[in-house]
Design a protein around this ligand. Structure first.
Ligand SMILES: [Zn+2]
Length: 255
């Protein structure tokens, strides 16, 4: 019997895009993964994520959102309607945000991001934010919308913004890119452990290797080595952080 194993949460996974997702989720659970926040990007993605939730209740925690990359490909009203219909079962709104590297017009991105932030505030849900080349603007919109809590995922933005993120009680999340990204390493080094979540963004490939939810075990070790503490400490604290991030939507467990 294993004792004292601290359980981890993968706070950002695209389970709907992951090949052999069911098998990978079982494998992750066997390696000490307590839960996986399955983010979605649009209508079809929401449907697939919700089906995985039904198969893995309390383990797959769905987050629903319209991602900036999908704006041109979706029937926006229909997608937002689908989100609202399923929000009762969701733990968060995401992945949403701004991406200033893509061609989609900034005002349209801003409009849809703001709309979803307002929905999050109305429903009392936390948000999972994508903010490529748009950290400052995204932060401002999150503050203005006054959402309960936010995580800026795979944070590589300016270190100066981290104080404001921490001040609001929000989070940044660490990915396997810690193995090679200086900017990401510096951000994770700068933020207090109390404001860090672990994630894989799977099935993203890092240096040619596709991540799965189990990869979060490695992210935990990477954060531990950057912070100069034990992996058990990182696991314990970041799992507490996920509970704080989700608040009322963290699943009650009898065990
Ligand atoms: Zn993502």
């Amino acid at each position: 019997m294993e004792t004292n194993r601290t359980l981890l949460v993968d706070a950002h996974a695209h389970l709907d895009l992951l090949g052999g997702a069911e098998e990978e989720i079982r494998k992750a659970v066997s390696m000490g993964v307590l839960a996986v926040i399955g983010v979605s990007m649009g209508g079809e993605s929401i449907g697939r994520t919700m089906r995985l939730r039904e198969k893995f209740p309390g383990i797959v925690l769905p987050a629903l959102g319209l991602h900036p990359w999908q704006i041109d490909k979706e029937d926006i009203e229909e997608t937002l309607g689908k989100m609202e219909e399923n929000l009762e079962q969701a733990v968060a709104i995401g992945e949403i945000g701004l991406d200033y590297k893509i061609k989609t017009k900034k005002p349209l991105q801003k409009e849809l991001f703001t709309k979803q932030l307002h929905l999050a505030r109305e429903r009392g849900l936390p948000v999972i934010v994508h903010c490529r080349y748009s950290h400052q603007r995204a932060l401002l919109l999150v503050e203005e919308a006054d959402v309960p809590r936010a995580v800026y995922h795979w944070y590589t933005g300016p270190l100066e913004l981290i104080d404001a993120i921490v001040e609001r009680g929000d989070f940044i999340s660490a990915t396997p890119a810690l193995a090679y990204s200086r900017m990401h390493q510096e951000a994770i080094r700068s933020a207090p452990l109390e404001n860090i979540l672990l994630e894989t963004d799977c099935p993203v490939a890092y240096e040619g290797e596709e991540a799965t939810p189990s990869t979060v075990v490695r992210v935990c070790e990477q954060v531990a080595s950057l912070k100069g503490c034990s992996a058990a400490e990182v696991a314990g604290q970041t799992t507490e952080n996920v509970k704080r991030f989700l608040g009322k939507t963290w699943p009650e467990r009898s065990a």
